[in-house]
Design a protein around this ligand. Structure first.
Ligand SMILES: NC(=O)C1=CN([C@@H]2O[C@H](COP(=O)(O)OP(=O)(O)OC[C@H]3O[C@@H](n4cnc5c(N)ncnc54)[C@H](OP(=O)(O)O)[C@@H]3O)[C@@H](O)[C@H]2O)C=CC1
Ligand SMILES: O=C(O)C1=N[C@H](C(=O)O)C[C@H](O)C1
Length: 267
């Protein structure tokens, strides 16, 4: 018998937040106890368009929400600057954060990892909750050991705020664990239009496409003499992320430190 886990969701009106509200309220051993929405402070969940008819409180900011609802877990699906603040506030209140929001730099990750360790509080930052995307990243990491010339093309809907995507950054980071930094392309290559070769992490090029009609897609290209390996993942909708969110809510209850990436918790 699973123990009930109480959850608050930040960003409930968003594309991901709506899916998360639906998943949490339909999971018998989860209990949604409140939501954080900066534009609807003091309302009830039922007053917000498209939300379940539940008399749950809506808080304009995180601290009061944590003090009054005392949740086990915060799920944050907001935007980069907000997600970072919510994560730190959650750790300071002993609430376990599950952060889907992207835009964390190396420095941000180091800071919040230290804070979670100091508080001995479980936390998960998952740049991508879709199991297929995690496999795509792991396969790319395996392949880069043998084919170290790599370029990443990530494609997202045109409402996305951060570039490159959290998934692309995580993929590049995983690849840097198995290959040394290297310059790719011709040693004398030049950009006649700035940005033509994309962003760069330790020699890995990352290209970000933003267009209406897209959801979340990534292709990792690995080139060798006379051959090209292409590893690709597509999320067609946002329900693809929900099994990962559910697993993170369950797993974060058993952690006493911060985990960055779903690949570290799937069995
Ligand atoms: N890890 C993963 O697998 C995935 C991660 N993401 C990430 O999740 C985040 C959300 O994505 P998505 O749902 O597409 O974005 P949306 O823009 O659709 O939703 C974000 C929501 O957060 C709200 N918001 C903004 N500021 C606050 C605040 N201070 N308090 C509470 N709510 C706030 C916004 O409200 P308003 O617009 O009215 O200001 C909006 O409703 C992004 O960082 C994205 O990269 C997305 C998909 C998958
Ligand atoms: O903003 C999105 O939509 C997504 N963001 C995450 C990212 O930045 O990688 C995950 C997924 O790609 C969808």
């Amino acid at each position: 018998m699973n123990k009930t886990i109480s959850v608050v969701i930040a960003g409930p009106r968003g594309k991901m937040g709506r899916e998360a509200v639906s998943m949490v309220t339909n999971t018998p051993h989860f209990q949604l106890v409140g939501v954080i929405d900066h534009k609807h402070d003091g309302k009830l969940l039922r007053d917000m368009e498209g939300m379940p008819a539940m008399d749950l409180p809506v808080y304009g900011e995180a601290e009061r929400c944590f003090l009054e609802t005392k949740p086990d877990v915060l799920v944050d699906l907001t935007k980069p600057d907000v997600g970072k603040v919510h994560l730190e506030k959650a750790l300071n209140h002993g609430v376990r954060p599950v952060i889907g929001t992207t835009g964390f730099s190396k420095e941000d990750l180091a800071r919040v990892t230290a804070l979670a360790a100091d508080k001995e509080c479980g936390a998960i930052i998952a740049p991508n909750f879709a199991v297929g995307a995690v496999l795509m990243m792991k396969f790319a990491q395996m392949a880069a050991k043998y084919l170290p010339d790599v370029e990443i093309i990530e494609k997202h809907h045109d409402q996305k705020l951060d570039a490159p995507s959290g998934t692309a950054l995580k993929t590049a980071q995983l690849i840097t664990e198995v290959r040394s930094p290297k310059k790719q392309g011709h040693q004398d290559e030049r950009e006649d239009l700035p940005g033509a070769r994309g962003a760069e992490m330790e020699g890995i090029r990352i290209h970000s496409v933003r267009l209406p009609g897209l959801v979340a897609h990534q292709e990792v290209l690995l080139g060798g003499e006379g051959q090209l390996l292409s590893i690709k993942h597509d999320s067609m909708n946002r329900t693809s992320f929900m099994p990962g969110v559910k697993l993170c809510i369950e797993t974060v209850m058993k952690l006493d430190h911060l985990v960055y990436g779903l690949e570290n918790i799937i069995e």
